[in-house]
Design a protein around this ligand. Structure first.
Ligand code: ADP
Ligand code: MG
Length: 728
């Protein structure tokens, strides 16, 4: 009997939900482990406080002297909460978070000691950067890397450690992390959007990108996961036959949350509250044991940090509940995968959501300006947008049998489609007073203030307008949102910059009124970007054909999709906006290709091992049982035995055939890997893994899954889909 599987099942069936008690009202504990404004007022001198808040608002550098005051205040606050260590918390290009803890403790002479945390330790540190990916940046520049405090994201306490959000850059200034380009992109969109917003309101001084992510995940008992080497090592099942019952009945979605899951969620939410992460929504997702969590949106930089942090916290809280949190985009074949919708908008410092239709025609013109510019930005950069969400794991959603597809399209709903159709007819040149009044009254003025509930629901589009924000739905559940946010904010920044130039030119050269100029430019944008808009079912063959006709890209695999990352257009876009230089762009491309090849390589190895060491031996064992049975029947019935052993004989043959296929495919895959591993060029290597190795996975899996159906359940060593998905 396969002991690990049955032991794991037994353990799982005996689990009881942990009892979670709320420590206090949530509003009371909210942000209690964050070095926020209230705490700063308490622990900082007035000067230090003003310096930090200004740095948070404007990005102004903090004086070294002042840094000493701040670090002392931070340390006192942290120690008062039982903290012993501090760390610079950063997001290297591995996509996760990194930390190295140092103690406040410092020995003095004669057995005395103090707690110390100086300004220089707050502001800058040098983690050993050599073990983080740099895509050749360090080789080229022989530079060490350092982390630098990012005061726009507040320090927080996790456990007994004070965590200081930082960026990670090389000594020559190249970004080695996900945060640095993001901060630069946010600066770029702030500049560009502020200039455009001033057409409508002179008082706007700053525009923030906002982000509200929705994190999907699976919760599977940790013992069951431990019994599956594929999940343990790759985050997903590499084989396993789909259960007789899957998600067909839709009985999990929005259903009542299982009790162990709800106690995990409560525990997690309490931790989030303390960390100042404003989680708000929790519910079951489409697949069994799949769930979703969403906070209230925040300024994008903070939201990105909070998502990175929560992914870490979820794992740790999961451990307390003996639950493994699977963040992979496709842990189970044939069952809904997980995404991370990125809800995005732009908000002014005067409190206006620029993607929210307003109560007056003027406010609606402002809305339309940002709305249409975003659509145009997506159209012009659809390939780059596809590239920023590409990963080995997300390939199982995009371009595979799941919505959203690998094609980027924008869904805006029928009401706004009508509005854009009307605007397309606006006169070329100056508008007559009659036309303007008519536009304001009947088109621009007719956009309902609350579109939210009127926006058609479309679940298959990769980029949808949902009333007062765009929802970028193709982002992977495992991804760091920084990548998607860097690209989206950069392309919109570039677009708004160009828009401003065009409008100003019409005002200056053609002596047009501001509104006329805006209408004229928007009209052209609507025409030019029409091909990206799609209101139908953005999924399936019909749409693929249509998209091809429209000239939209359909890059189904990561190596293919990543090409757009290093195109001339991308490099010049980033250069113009000062988001990344060519070295940084190319380094990232190299890192992502390398990571892709590595992930497929690891999966290939593990699949080969499981097929050989688990599946084949089990199949042989079962085959032997059948052979013994047949031999026995022959002893009893003589030549007549085939009448009684027909089924057994068929299975014996079937097993042999599957074993032979597994063997030959595993051998062929190993040979293909050997060839791929000799390739020096990273891109070619990634393509080899994608085109020459990955296809074997399906083949091998197919035969393993067939064996799973044939072999005696008692003997099967790998925990089955139905057990992982339906044991709660
Ligand atoms: P749903 O899309 O499921 O109907 P909501 O519209 O309430 O749900 O919002 C989904 C997500 O969008 C939430 O995480 C929310 O914080 C976020 N969101 C709402 N408004 C904005 C905004 N202006 N900018 C960014 N995110 C937003
Ligand atoms: Mg959503």
């Amino acid at each position: 009997m396969s002991t690990l599987r049955f032991q794991a099942l037994k353990e799982t069936l005996n689990r009881k939900p942990l009892k979670i008690t709320e420590p206090a009202r949530r509003s009371e504990i909210f942000s209690s482990n964050v070095f926020n404004e209230t705490v700063m007022r308490q622990f900082l001198t007035k000067e230090a406080f003003e310096n930090v808040t200004e740095a948070m608002r404007t990005g102004k550098k903090i004086d070294r002297n002042v840094a000493d005051h701040i670090s002392t205040g931070m340390k006192e606050w942290a120690i008062s909460k039982g903290v012993t260590h501090y760390t610079h918390w950063f997001q290297p290009l591995t996509g996760t978070t990194a930390e190295k803890h140092d103690s406040f403790f410092e020995p003095l002479s004669e057995g005395l000691a103090i707690e110390k945390f100086g300004g220089s330790q707050l502001v800058q540190q040098e983690p050993d950067a050599s073990s983080f990916p740099s895509g050749g940046i360090r080789n080229t520049f022989e530079a060490r890397g350092y982390t630098a405090w990012d005061p726009t994201s507040p320090a927080f306490i996790w456990g007994t450690t004070l965590c200081i959000p930082t960026i990670f850059v090389s000594y020559t200034g190249e970004a080695l992390d996900n945060k640095t380009p993001l901060l630069r992109a946010l600066q770029a969109v702030d500049n560009a959007a502020t200039n455009v917003a001033k057409y409508f309101d002179k008082n706007v001084k700053k525009v923030n990108a906002t982000l509200g992510w929705e994190q999907e995940y699976f919760l599977i008992d940790s013992a069951l996961v431990a019994s599956r080497p594929d999940i343990t090592l790759t985050g997903r099942t590499l084989l396993g036959h789909s259960p007789a019952k899957g998600q067909q009945l839709d009985d999990h979605y929005f259903g009542s949350i299982p009790s162990r899951a709800i106690s995990f969620m409560m525990d997690l939410e309490i931790e989030c509250m303390k960390l100042g992460i404003p989680v708000k929504t929790r519910h079951n997702e489409v697949a069994p044991n799949q769930f979703e969590l969403a906070p209230i949106f925040e300024e994008a930089n903070l939201a990105v940090d909070h998502n990175s942090l929560i992914m870490d916290v979820m794992k740790k809280v999961g451990e307390r509940h003996n639950l493994a949190v699977l963040m992979h985009e496709k842990p189970f074949a044939g069952i809904n995968g997980s995404g991370k919708h990125n809800n995005w908008s732009l908000a002014t410092d005067t409190g206006t959501n620029l993607l929210s239709p307003g109560s007056t025609p003027m406010k609606n013109l402002q809305f339309l300006t940002f709305f249409i510019n975003t659509i145009k930005a997506v159209y012009d950069n659809e390939e780059l947008l596809r590239a920023c969400i590409a990963s080995a794991s997300n390939d199982h959603r995009l371009g595979a049998n799941e919505a959203p597809p690998a094609i980027i399209s924008v869904f805006i709903g029928s009401q706004l489609t009508k509005v854009l159709d009307e605007l397309e007819k606006v006169t070329d040149g100056k508008l007559s007073p009659q036309e303007k009044t008519d536009l304001k009254l009947n088109v621009v003025g007719k956009i309902p203030e609350i579109l939210r509930d009127n926006t058609d629901r479309n679940r298959t589009s990769s980029f949808a307008f949902t009333g007062n924000k765009f929802e970028f739905r193709a982002v992977g559940s495992l991804a760091n949102c920084a990548n998607a946010m860097t690209v989206l904010n950069s392309i919109v920044a570039k677009q708004l910059k160009d828009f401003k130039v065009e409008v100003d030119k019409l005002i200056k050269d053609k002596k047009m009124k501001k509104d006329d100029a805006i209408f004229n430019v928007l009209r052209e944008y609507i025409k030019k970007s029409k091909k990206i808009r799609f209101e139908g079912d953005g999924y399936g063959e019909a749409w693929e054909k249509e998209a091809k006709k429209r000239g939209l890209s359909n890059n189904r695999t990561t190596p293919q999709a990543l090409k757009a990352q290093v195109s001339k257009k991308t490099i010049s876009l980033y250069k113009e906006l000062e988001v990344m230089n060519k070295t940084e762009v190319e380094a990232r491309h190299e890192i992502e290709l390398e990571e892709y090849a590595m992930r497929i390589q690891i999966e290939g190895r593990i699949l080969g091992d499981i097929a050989r060491n688990h599946v084949i031996p089990t199949a042989i064992r079962y085959q032997n049982i059948l052979i013994k049975n047949v031999t026995g029947l022959k002893a009893i019935y003589g030549e007549e035995y085939t009448r009684h052993a027909k089924e057994q004989l068929e299975i014996i043959e079937s097993i042999s055939a599957h074993i032979a296929s597994i063997n030959s495919n595993v051998n062929a895959m190993i040979e293909a890997r050997k060839i791929a591993n000799k390739i020096e060029d990273v891109e070619k290597k990634a393509f080899a893994y994608c085109d020459d190795i990955k296809p074997y996975f399906e083949e091998i899996r197919y035969h393993c899954d067939k064996l799973e159906l044939l072999v005696d359940d008692e003997l099967w060593p790998l925990t089955k889909y139905r057990e992982m998905l339906f044991t709660k």
